[in-house]
Design a protein around this ligand. Structure first.
Ligand code: SF4
Ligand SMILES: [Zn+2]
Length: 473
């Protein structure tokens, strides 16, 4: 991270009329955001359709690689009031529409930062002393927020460029978001966690990986890549949780960028979310250290781990290693955290039959009850060569591999109505009864009875209620 003056996070006064209760923030959110809750007070259908069409055109114009950025950027600039400064979400372009609408309300929490050469300096100021660290000799600190476990000398920063050593103190990100939205929990994706629930989703900036196919590179690579344009808005945890509470969120998710590297910030928001009755979750690459898993234990209910491939060689291309991710999956399962796994099927990178079989067998060896989402890739970032997207045949093959290995719940995602949305539904692993019907992120029907199949009575793994006793019985 570039050096910059240390200063305490700016606590406000960004919580202006744009986000206060009945004022402009909520009103505009309702005006632009699609979905169930919005429909009552939403704009006339004709207007909504027109805006949806614009967003779709922008998404189609978007090459998401640095070779052809101009058309997209100028279109985005032209409509910057609609798109805001936010780029995309964890999943592929098709699945970004909800968040794009939501980001399109303009700044929920006051004006966004201007993207310029000083972003790194601004972020260096938006920090606090970290907890996930160990002191070393000669002023060196060891960060343990992720499996890199960087030893950071005075004045330096870790692999993520976000956590830095200033005067022998580890400074960690605090006091801003890159985006915040209320999304269906199915979008994270979690399919066995309060189906149909609203997830208050927030993220910061930066990542400890550098995936060439990152579907969210504008946020994750903003400190490494001058082409990335995501920025930040200064907020407090109270503002984020209060806004989510007013939207009726039952779940709070640290997502959009890699949450492990911003764990102190996530924990502070989760603590307030818990008080508001929300379940807490990470949407993470799972490259965790044993220390951060211990530290998060009291604050975390669930994690979606992006298991990106199943070879160490593949992981090294992304800037990580396979074994720590496998360790995270084992550790979370052993601690009784709710866990779902997603794999973006990237043609030519991880779609070999042998590799996917090994991956599925590993999941079953931990627990056959871990849902596995196989998700379609869309050409993104630096992977502009080769196939533009995962074929439906490749997704069907991955589904079949998962089922043959013994994974009880395998889902296909990021693909429109493949085989009539059959692969988005939850079926009882014992009798085959259709328990939860979905279409995309929409919940059509939930036939579970107290977390059990209504036909054969078997308990279905997941968190189906905020009442802990019910899920544990
Ligand atoms: S979060 Fe990970 S990459 Fe960043 S400084 Fe800490 S150990 Fe290094
Ligand atoms: Zn059944």
């Amino acid at each position: 991270m570039a050096s910059g003056a240390n200063r305490e996070p700016t606590p406000g006064p960004v919580f202006d009329e744009a986000s206060s209760g009945t004022a402009r923030g909520d009103a505009e959110y309702r005006r632009w955001a699609p979905g169930r809750r919005i429909a009552k007070n939403g704009p006339p259908v004709r207007v909504a359709r027109k805006r949806k069409g614009l967003i779709r055109r922008m998404m189609n114009a978007e090459p998401r690689n640095s070779a052809r950025p101009t058309a997209y950027r100028s279109l985005a600039r032209e409509h910057s009031g609609l798109l805001g400064t936010y780029a995309c979400t964890h999943q592929g372009a098709r699945n970004t529409s909800t968040s794009r609408h939501q980001q399109g309300v303009g700044p929920l929490f006051g004006p966004a930062a201007t993207r310029n050469g000083t972003l790194a300096d601004e972020l260096a100021g938006l920090t606090r002393p970290g907890e996930l660290c160990e002191p070393g000799a000669d002023g060196v600190v060891r960060c343990v927020a992720c499996a890199h476990q960087c030893r950071i000398p005075e004045g330096g920063s870790g692999v993520c460029l976000l956590r830095s050593n200033r005067g022998g103190i580890l400074r960690v990100p605090w006091g801003y978001v890159s985006g915040v939205a209320c999304d269906p929990v199915e979008k994270k994706p979690f399919f066995h966690l309060l189906p149909g629930g609203e997830a208050l989703s927030f993220g910061m900036l930066g990542c400890n990986f550098r995936c060439a196919f990152c579907q969210n590179w504008e946020t994750s690579q903003v400190l490494r890549d001058p082409e990335a344009t995501a920025t930040r808005q200064v907020v407090t945890p109270e503002m984020v949780v209060d806004w989510g509470r007013r939207q009726g969120a039952q779940i709070i998710a640290s997502t959009y960028n890699e949450p492990l590297i911003t764990s102190e910030w996530g924990r502070d928001i989760f603590a307030l979310g818990r008080e508001a009755g929300m379940l807490t979750c990470y949407v993470s690459n799972g490259f965790a250290s044993p220390q951060v898993i211990d530290w998060l234990d009291p604050w975390l209910d669930a994690m979606n781990v992006d298991l990106k491939c199943f070879t160490d060689e593949g992981y090294r291309q992304l800037g990580g290693r396979l074994e720590p991710v496998c360790d995270t999956i084992r550790a979370l399962s052993g601690r009784g955290k709710w866990l779902e796994v997603i794999t973006l099927i990237v043609p030519g990178f991880n779609d070999g039959e042998k590799e996917l079989s090994s991956l599925a067998e590993f999941l079953v060896s931990v627990s056959p009850d871990i849902p596995w989402h196989v998700s379609a890739y869309h050409a993104a970032y630096r992977m502009s060569a080769g196939p533009r997207r995962t074929s439906t045949d490749a997704l069907r093959k991955a589904l079949e591999i998962g089922r043959s290995a013994g994974v009880r719940y395998v889902y296909a995602g990021n693909v429109r109505a493949m085989d009539g949305s059959r692969h988005e539904c939850t079926y009882c692993h014992s009798c085959g009864h259709t328990l939860v019907e979905r279409q995309g992120f929409r919940l059509l029907r939930n036939d579970l009875r107290d977390g059990r199949c209504p036909v054969c009575g078997v308990r279905i793994p997941g968190i189906w209620s905020r009442n802990k006793e019910q899920q544990d019985d």
